[in-house]
Design a protein around this ligand. Sequence first.
Ligand SMILES: [Zn+2]
Ligand SMILES: [Zn+2]
Length: 360
Amino acid sequence: MVRHAITMTVIKMKAYTYIEKGRFELLDKPKPQLKDPKDAIVRVTMSSICSSDLHIKHGNVPRAVPGITLGHEMVGVVEQVGAEVKKVSVGDRVIVNVETFCGECFFCKNGYVNNCTDPNGGWALGCRIDGGQAEYVRVPYADQGLNKIPDGVKDREALFVGDILATGYWAAKISEIKEDDTVLIIGAGPTGLCVLQSVLLKKPKMVIVSETNGHRRAFVILHYPGVEVASPNICLHYCQNALERGGADVVIDCAGGEDTFEMAWKAARPNGIVTVVALYDKPQVLPLPDMYGKNLTFKTGGVDASDCDEILSLIKEGKLNTLPLITHYFPLSRIDEAYKLFENREDKVIKVAIENDTNI
Ligand SMILES: [Zn+2]
Ligand SMILES: [Zn+2]
């Protein structure tokens, strides 16, 4: 009888859960188990809240499954690995990739991991399968979905590598930035700031940031000297009238606001590149007659988060630093408060880190 009772014991953990549209709750759930030889179980040390989580809350992510644990931006320690996992071992400190990808299909082999053809390929964690705003997370295809954090890099310094920093890095990469370019970044929210840091690595001639919020403009001025920052109207006017090529060579829209797509193509010079990183809730108009002859190239995201090792090396070398973006820390037990603060943009919040109670 005693032995039977022990084997039936289910280890519980706290997990922040999508109940229904408009309702998230911190629940007790069973600790995740390995389901596949390619899986790993990660003890989450720190996670974060992303604006995509808010999109789920507001019912704007139709593929999000009620009942799943939220969270797709996290770091932790490998606690258990399946028999076919080769790249990471128990005890490794790791970042978890927002994308789940097999590493073997056409898209994975070409670096387009967001479009992996596996049934769970793309953004699955915290959307279609249980994510990391919890004490533990099961990571499928662990050899692809986990990257070791180099010695000397703290968990908090690596927190954004698997999602918003991967997004920023990818956006800068696909935007074909050259050293005599002027780059306009629309939006200095968390992703916009990661785009900004990644764009600066390309050393363009001029970087302009358009941001409506005065606190965020001040943040850019404080942390990124040499970057021009202004409100949208001023930026658009400047790009169209003061730049010798009649617009920015590259425009990256990280805002996804009411008018930002229109601003993006209007601020671009003829033959320029417009990269849309923002996740729009609504369709946008592409007014082809108005832009006829401008010969723009448009690029759009979902991130292909396939450069995480490179990003971690750049953090170790001091070339990327997202630590100032973490303006608030909360324990998992107070994640409701953290969401409220993040969603309402209280107290000049940029990003919130959720620390697991047991690890503080
Ligand atoms: Zn995200
Ligand atoms: Zn694949």
